[in-house]
Design a protein around this ligand. Structure first.
Ligand SMILES: Nc1ncnc2c1ncn2[C@@H]1O[C@H](COP(=O)(O)OP(=O)(O)OP(=O)(O)O)[C@@H](O)[C@H]1O
Length: 265
């Protein structure tokens, strides 16, 4: 018999990203092959793998800018690229997308006006812009022309733009490339702070294996395939290795041995 007095079970929110049999073709090449993985909410997931393995293609698919995506790819409970995700997902590409002839604040004012238009929102926009500039530690440079900033500072302007809408999911394509160790550390501290205090989900790609240690979870990729989807500790334990780099190499050898076995059957 139905018990109408019982509350419905609490709904667990959908994972930030869920991929099932995801395949992506670029030109005449299949770049991603039948991927299955999940990115949990509120954590930092590192997408690691060598140059050319398909990290950017996967990130572009998740934010909905990649063509020829087949299979299931859900983001915050909607198909990737769905219009309702526009303000809920922040994306920072490898090349900083800022206007060099505008100051840092003018760049952010411009993007804030697109996200939250109208005179009535002016005060709110001002607060969001000031907060985003402070988040990326550029307050002292707020009135500097973006064209006069260093490469690392310009990438932080891009990151500030992505932070403007307080996105639930932040997708960052190699955000620490070319940064000095102090800036890298500061950025990773910011990522952890966003996850801990705002519950933001971060998906961060890198080809530098030592950045793996800074992530809650890892997706290790090679040649368009996901070799592992686990925590750094579990990966080291499972492979009997001390570092993620050694774990990665172990998994590569394991996959190659598996392929050889298949082909000799
Ligand atoms: N327009 C294209 N047509 C065909 N193949 C492409 C195209 N763009 C990229 N590729 C190929 O897709 C593969 C994956 O590229 P992708 O940029 O996703 O890799 P990545 O892991 O992000 O590399 P990196 O770390 O160097 O940025 C590469 O082998 C690349 O040569």
């Amino acid at each position: 018999m139905m018990n109408y007095a019982t509350d419905p079970p609490p709904q667990t929110p959908a994972p930030a990203v869920h991929a099932d049999d995801l395949t992506v073709v670029r030109g005449s090449r299949t770049v991603l092959h039948h991927l299955h993985f999940t990115v949990p909410r509120g954590q930092i997931t590192g997408l690691l793998g060598p140059s050319g393995c398909g990290k950017s293609t996967l990130l572009r698919s998740i934010v909905g800018t990649q063509a020829k995506v087949r299979g299931t790819l859900n983001v915050l409970g909607h198909p990737a690229g769905h219009s309702t995700l526009r303000s809920r997902v922040g994306y920072v590409t490898q090349a900083p997308s800022v206007y060099d002839d505008l100051t840092v604040r003018q760049n952010l004012d411009y993007f804030a006006a697109i996200l939250d238009p109208g005179r009535a929102a002016a005060e709110r926009r001002h607060q969001h812009v000031t907060q985003a500039i402070a988040d990326v530690d550029l307050t002292r440079h707020a009135d500097a022309l973006a064209g006069n900033l260093s490469g690392g500072q310009r990438s932080r302007v891009s990151l500030a733009v992505a932070l403007l809408g307080t996105p639930e999911l932040l997708v960052l394509d190699e955000p620490t490339v070319g940064l000095d160790p102090v800036l890298r550390r500061d950025l990773w501290n910011l990522f952890h702070d966003l996850a801990a205090t705002r519950g933001t989900t971060l998906l961060v790609s890198s080809h530098v294996m030592d950045e793996a240690e800074r992530c809650h979870r890892l997706l290790l990729m090679r040649e368009g395939e996901v070799l592992a989807d686990d925590t750094p500790d579990a990966l080291r334990n499972r492979t009997g290795t001390d570092t993620i780099e050694a774990a990665f190499l172990h998994l590569v050898d394991e996959a190659a041995a598996g392929r050889t076995k298949e082909s000799t059957r």
